[in-house]
Design a protein around this ligand. Structure first.
Ligand code: TPP
Ligand SMILES: O=C1C[C@@H](O)[C@H](O)[C@@H](O)C1=O
Ligand code: MG
Length: 636
């Protein structure tokens, strides 16, 4: 057998160039490129290998390891998990910075390849710079912290170990049932060590993503359940989106008059204006979707993990009458809610179910249209919220006095409500634009009131809800959708936490638009504490002498070289959005909005850990309310 002498890192890069994916008869390259932040843990090994031969890989210099990893995750998510970027970091702090992003990829089932450097395999220079030198074992390094947040994890301490390790990583990343982050840590000395690799290892390799079909028992059982139900409701989860089940979902929903409701990951599988799409369900859901779910006698969960946000902490249903039918490529997920399980691809299953449902119609009649009309009227109201200096009732009520709301209006020089601003953005940007967000109050707002006009225009990460994904991820979306405008909807808190890849977007001419909603605080967490009887405690951004912070984010971004706008009214916002469309480079719109003006309520509930004993009567009351609510919840 022919051999080729390469360093471990050179072998890695050569292999990455040869990986293909095969989906629905189409073959394409699986690894698009590689993000890097070089340090002593990877520059001499992986850096050298890339400099010598990078092949087709696009090599992008990141600015923060978490940030560039978020960009890679958003890219993969936007590509419906059919193409990835790899991410290489140095050792120690560089790899530690991957942890939050790895969790994001794992919770969202997104394939991405992480390649952090590791300490010396020979141990000769121990402790090398950035080695933590754990006392109980020299075998433990910072990279062990990535184990719980990786779907596959390995450490390479000999060059030949790379071969089986890469095969496992690619098998995991290209399996829809277990897709997630694969982490291969390579000892920094081993990156540069040479080995006579079998040439065969570097031949073109195709990973087949075949659609798993349901067995006859599953199909028959599912059809019987649907035919016996009067009010079935379909929950469209992320799995439905990745399976590209839009057309069959629309056809089944129309034909049998079954409402669709969406999870965050499933939103924009089917566009919002489809007549039977009632929008987001659960804690941050629409009233229409939550009312439909409450009536369901059969709940059909397609490609969903049933997170607490989707199920209102398992209180969204009438458990005495609702049966569950789950269609999921993951057996683990299909088992949830004591459902009848179909462990198979969503699109294939629905297509095979279609002929078995001939003649069936739900009892919803005109109710779906009524629920949708009622919600559309509420959405209209939310688009026109007008602040008043007296007796103003914001969406989140009874937290801030009028005096405090006026103080914010003065400090931020704004009377803009968040919902009004958000819907102005929705109305003004072009319908094929892609939005991205992840944490704070914006994900809830967009799940409820953002109308998607086209499929796959909604890249919201709410499995890990990781602050920092919003701006960094926008770069990844832009790489995936070079001809579309990309809008990062981000709170001031998340922007402050991490926006390093905004600079990378400017550096590489990858235009993104950051739409920053500044309410001067961790608004949603402030809501959470006050909703549960607490005071306003360390969630507002106030100075030591209690003044509201007013940060000029436009000026910050101007310093990076972005085109920026300061906005305090709807008119200014619309004008800024129009002008931003004309720009070639990245933009930032700094919108000052009033706190407590995000959406709230709509018959949802979140189970959170309230203090069982406290010196505040309001907290004791919140604890009692939680106890009562839990009596209506499914226990597991
Ligand atoms: C990395 C990370 N740290 C902490 C949190 C907890 N957290 C969730 S939302 C939030 C505040 C978000 O503030 P901002 O972005 O201003 O959004 P707002 O709620 O004000 O709209 C915090 C601290 C998180 N989700 N992610
Ligand atoms: O703790 C949290 C509360 C949610 O409202 C928020 O969106 C999320 O980011 C979070 O971490
Ligand atoms: Mg905020």
């Amino acid at each position: 057998m022919g051999k080729i002498r390469l360093t471990t890192a050179q072998a890695l890069i050569k292999f990455l160039n040869q990986q293909y994916i095969y989906v629905d008869g189409k073959e394409s390259l699986f690894v698009e490129g590689i993000f890097n932040v070089f340090g002593h843990g990877n520059v001499l090994g992986i850096g050298q290998a890339l400099e010598q031969y990078s092949g087709h890989l696009k090599v992008i210099q990141g600015k923060n390891e978490q940030g560039m990893a978020h960009a890679a995750i958003a890219y993969s998510k936007q590509m419906l998990r059919q193409k990835i970027y790899a991410v290489t970091t140095s050792v120690g702090p560089g790899s530690a910075n991957l942890a939050a992003a790895a969790g994001t990829a794992l919770a969202n089932n997104i394939p991405v390849l992480f390649i952090p450097g590791d300490t010396f395999a020979t141990r000769q220079p121990d402790p090398v710079l950035q080695q933590v030198e754990q006392e109980y074992s020299l075998a433990v390094t910072t990279n062990d912290a990535l184990k719980p947040v990786s779907r596959y994890w390995d450490r390479i301490t000999r060059p030949e170990q790379l071969m089986p390790s890469l095969l496992r990583a690619f098998e995991v990343m290209t399996d829809p049932g277990k897709a997630g982050p694969a982490t291969i840590c390579i000892a920094q000395d081993v990156e540069g060590e040479a080995f006579d690799y079998d040439e065969k290892f570097f031949e073109k390799r195709v990973h087949y993503v075949d659609r798993k079909a349901p067995v006859e028992r599953e199909l028959k059982g599912a059809a019987e359940l649907i035919r016996a139900s009067k009010k079935p409701v379909i929950l469209v989860g992320g799995g439905a989106k990745y399976s590209e089940a839009r057309d069959i979902l629309i056809s089944l929903s129309e034909k049998h008059n079954i409402p669709l409701v969406e999870t965050q990951a499933g939103k924009a599988t089917v566009e919002s204006n489809f007549k039977n799409n009632l929008g987001g369900m659960g804690i941050t859901g629409t009233l229409a979707a939550n009312k439909a779910a409450r009536q369901a006698d059969l709940f059909i969960g397609i490609g969903t993990r049933y997170t607490d946000f989707a199920t209102s902490s398992k209180t969204a249903f009438d458990f005495d009458q609702t049966k569950f039918l789950n269609i999921n490529v993951s057996r683990l997920q299909a088992y949830k809610m004591d459902a009848f399980q179909v462990v198979a691809d969503a699109k294939t299953t629905l297509e095979q179910l279609a002929p078995l449902l001939e003649g069936y119609e739900s009892d919803f009649g005109g109710e779906i249209a009524e629920l949708k009309a009622e919600w559309n009227a509420e959405r209209d109201r939310l688009s026109q919220v007008t602040f008043q200096r007296e007796n103003f009732l914001p969406e989140v009520k009874n937290h801030f006095s009028q005096e405090v709301l006026n103080e914010y209006a003065d400090a931020l020089n704004t009377e803009l409500a968040q919902t009004t601003a958000l819907l102005a953005v929705n109305d003004t940007i072009s319908p094929d634009s892609v939005i991205i967000t992840a944490a704070g109050s914006l994900p809830g707002d967009v799940q409820r009131i953002w109308n998607t006009s086209e499929p796959n225009t909604y890249n919201v990460e709410y499995g890990y809800s990781c602050m920092g994904y919003e701006v960094s991820g926008a770069l990844g979306v832009k790489l995936a959708e070079p001809t579309k405008e990309v809008y990062s909807l981000v709170g001031d808190g998340s922007f402050l936490l991490l926006h390093s890849e905004f600079i990378t977007s400017i550096q590489y001419g990858q235009k993104i638009n950051v739409v920053l909603f500044d309410n001067s605080g961790f608004g949603c967490i402030n809501n959470l504490q006050m909703d549960h009887g607490g005071g306003s405690y360390f969630c507002e951004f106030r100075t030591h002498d209690n003044k509201i912070l007013n940060i000029d984010y436009a000026k910050v971004a101007e310093g990076y070289g972005a085109k920026t706008y300061r906005v305090n009214t709807v008119e200014e916002l619309k004008a800024a959005l129009e002008d931003a469309k004309k720009q070639e480079g990245s933009t930032l719109i700094d919108i000052k909005v009033l706190p407590k003006t995000m959406t709230d309520g709509y018959e949802s509930w979140w189970n959170v850990g309230v203090a069982e004993v406290s010196d505040k009567e309001s907290i004791q009351k919140a604890f009692e309310l939680r106890k009562q609510k839990l009596e209506t919840a499914k226990q597991y």
